[in-house]
Design a protein around this ligand. Structure first.
Ligand code: FUB
Length: 318
């Protein structure tokens, strides 16, 4: 089965799909036509709000827009550019973690809370202490602990951090140097802060060695973590090689060993995704820029069913 579009009504991207109270929700970025032309800093992604979508039938149906859930105007520390976000439920409350530039044009992660999955979400006055870069993914393990994965290169600013500190000159590994790694931190019980210093997420290549910068399967952005049985699947975008790849580990911190490519390059520079189980079937949500005629900053949401073979490897579009 081929991927199909699920929200032709507006341009949305970076879908984070979750099931809350037996209903399938999607939390996307809300693309818009801005005034800045395309550049390596991603200034053309000038989004200003989030909507929550729901989808009754991922095999045939279209998404329903549950409405506006958070606007940049309501975030006290906001500068510009509301990029990818994710939502988790804990103790009956819903926590939306988003990435946004502050007034100095530095990306941080922020938290907003709600009593319902459809918001509205009320933002905290300040970003998460010690947070940086973009693309938060929230994963709740069976013991109730929530982990936040994040990081993105170039416009996502990850190359400006070493040991969780802002540095003077960016580090962009090349060739046989080790690739930059995403980060993970366990969240505090109240879900408003990191409970620990973020740690690098180690991705091993097929030879079980840390992935190198020259490997086309290197991490770039768009972390996603899902669990099936006792295996942890870490998936991500390779950015400048335009793939969605996945790797498997035995615990939320990794290391994760590369397994394969889930999505080949789509129309549009970015590729971003999430993986979610709904009514006993697994789905890969993603985006491309076909409906906008290839405008990288105007993307449209898609879904395709996935399956697992006997060894737990993902098969797309069965
Ligand atoms: O939507 C803005 C950025 O584009 C996201 O944060 C990246 O993952 C890429 O999809």
């Amino acid at each position: 089965m081929e991927p199909r579009y699920i929200f032709p009504h507006d341009f949305m991207a970076d879908p984070a799909a979750h099931v809350f109270n037996d209903k399938l929700y999607i939390y996307p970025s809300h693309d818009r036509e801005g005034s800045v032309s395309e550049n390596d800093n991603g200034d053309h992604f000038d989004m200003k709000d989030y909507h929550c979508l729901s989808l009754d039938d991922p095999d045939n149906g279209l998404c329903h827009d549950e409405g506006l859930i958070l606007s940049v105007d309501d975030i006290p520390w906001a500068g510009r550019q509301l990029w990818d976000s994710d939502v988790v439920e804990k103790g009956g409350r819903y926590y939306l973690v988003f990435c946004l530039k502050d007034r100095n044009d530095i990306f941080h992660l922020g938290v907003a809370t709600s009593n319902t999955p459809t918001g509205p979400f009320k933002p905290e006055p300040d970003p998460i202490r010690g947070s940086y870069s973009i693309d938060p993914c929230l994963f709740k393990d069976n013991d109730g602990e929530v982990y936040c994965y994040f990081g993105g290169i170039w416009g996502g600013q990850l190359q400006w951090y070493k040991d969780n500190r802002l540095i003077e000159f960016p580090i962009l590994p090349k060739g046989t140097e080790k690739a930059l790694q995403p980060r993970v931190a366990r969240m505090s019980d109240d879900m408003l802060q990191f409970a620990e210093e973020p740690r690098p997420v180690v991705i091993l290549d097929e030879s079980h060695l840390p992935m190198l910068a020259e490997d086309p399967h290197h991490f770039f952005e768009a972390s996603w973590l899902h669990k099936r049985g006792d295996k942890y699947y870490f998936s991500y975008s390779t950015g400048d090689t335009h793939l969605i790849c996945y790797a498997i580990g035995d615990n939320p911190y990794g290391p994760f060993t590369f397994q394969g490519v889930l999505l080949k390059p789509v129309v549009g520079w970015t590729s971003h995704h999430s993986i979610c189980e709904y009514k006993g079937r697994w789905y890969l949500f993603h985006h491309d820029s076909v409906p906008s005629g290839g405008k990288t900053w105007l993307r449209s949401l898609k879904v395709v069913p996935i399956d697992y073979d006997e060894e737990g490897r993902i098969v797309v579009g069965n």
